[in-house]
Design a binder for this molecule. Structure first.
Ligand code: SAM
Ligand code: SF4
Length: 329
């Protein structure tokens, strides 16, 4: 098992399939994009599946989430999902995506064994979308959401990040939109993971503020916290339920003590935390002929040294060298 020195067990594996993206969300990357990883450095589809297999078969991973960058840009995504769903014990297979291309791919992905999808949607206003993501693609995202429901990937979850002065006036509108369409909305506090290092704590719309904005329009009652488990979202019943909204206070209400996640970057590095400053190179080991046992041993060692918390509030906090798009959100 992947156990750290505080006794937490990592069972939820997040795998980044590419650092590339077709949007430029300002909390994530600059409008001009980034220097993408050179192709030879990316894990091949076979290498991804080999490492995921080691995670599932030998290390107790029960959930595999593909992310990025934008995972729908990865050509072999459907094959990777099918190979993951064929593992035993079968892990839950999910995807975090910006939704562009999902209109075409939701059906094939569901048929390949995808269980769930989270789609990121920060606004339903086309002009705000262009301002925030620097691309005029709102229509594609909305079509992707509808296709996900039609493909049976329910409950479709929506992730939203609010930025002060850009889309924070839309908190209630977004919730109304998601309720009307049967999507489960989760707001995520903006974290210091942008490539530009532009995050300022004072600019961040906090979980408390988000709840305040929602309570102006909705009756919110905290759902039974025992249902939360290791999930980071605090869940609230909306107007008596059963619909719920989640607020993920990654910065102001950290959930590190219950964290069950481990990450694999698109270039094959294990990260024991989003905010880790060190990585463990599984790609080099794999390409130099390591056995599954040796890969598992490296992975176990990488998780064992996981820190107690992300320390964003610590004066000595250092933003990780790699941005969210390269780590895998
Ligand atoms: N491109 C896909 C997407 O946007 O869903 C997957 C990768 S993206 C890095 C994963 C999630 O991280 C998205 O929901 C996005 O909103 C979130 N995210 C990116 N940068 C963030 C930041 N600085 N703080 C909080 N969430 C962030
Ligand atoms: Fe792309 Fe996702 Fe980052 Fe937006 S949050 S720029 S969609 S990787």
């Amino acid at each position: 098992m992947l156990v750290d020195s505080f006794g937490r067990v990592a069972t939820d594996l997040r795998v980044s399939l590419t650092d590339r993206c077709n949007l430029r969300c300002s909390y994530c990357m600059p409008p001009e994009g980034l220097d993408w990883l050179p192709k030879p450095e990316l894990l091949t589809a076979e290498e991804v599946v080999r490492l995921v297999t080691v995670g599932v078969e030998r290390l107790g991973v029960t959930e595999v989430r593909y992310t990025g960058g934008e995972p729908l840009l990865r050509r072999e995504l459907t094959e990777i999902v099918a190979a993951t769903a064929a593992l035993r014990p079968r892990p839950e297979v999910s995807l975090t995506t910006n939704g562009i291309g999902l209109a075409r791919l939701a059906g094939p992905l569901a048929a390949a064994g995808l269980d769930r999808v989270n789609v990121s949607l920060d606004t339903i206003d086309r002009e705000v979308f262009v301002r925030l993501a620097h691309r005029d693609r709102l229509g594609d995202v909305l079509a992707g959401l509808e296709a996900a429901v039609a493909a049976g990937l329910a409950p479709v979850k929506v992730n939203a990040v609010l930025m002060r002065g850009i889309n924070d006036h839309e908190a209630a509108t977004l919730l109304r939109f998601c309720l009307d369409h049967g999507y489960e909305l989760r707001f995520i506090e903006q974290m210091p993971l942008d490539a530009q290092h532009g995050w300022r704590r004072d600019d961040m719309v906090t979980a408390d503020e988000i709840l305040g904005l929602l309570k102006d329009s909705f009756d919110l009652v905290e759902d039974d916290p025992r249902d939360r488990g290791s999930a980071p979202a605090e869940l609230f019943l909306v107007d008596g339920g059963p619909a719920r909204v989640g607020v993920i206070g990654s910065v102001t209400r950290p959930f590190c003590g219950a964290c069950d996640r481990v990450r694999l970057t698109a270039d094959g590095q294990v990260r024991n935390c989003l905010f880790a400053t060190e990585e463990s190179d599984l790609r080099a080991a794999l390409r130099s002929g390591a056995t599954d046992d040796e890969l598992a041993a490296r992975w176990i060692a990488a998780v064992r040294v996981k820190k107690a918390g992300h320390g964003i509030d610590d004066p000595s906090f250092l933003q990780p060298g790699r941005p969210m798009s390269a780590i895998g959100g």
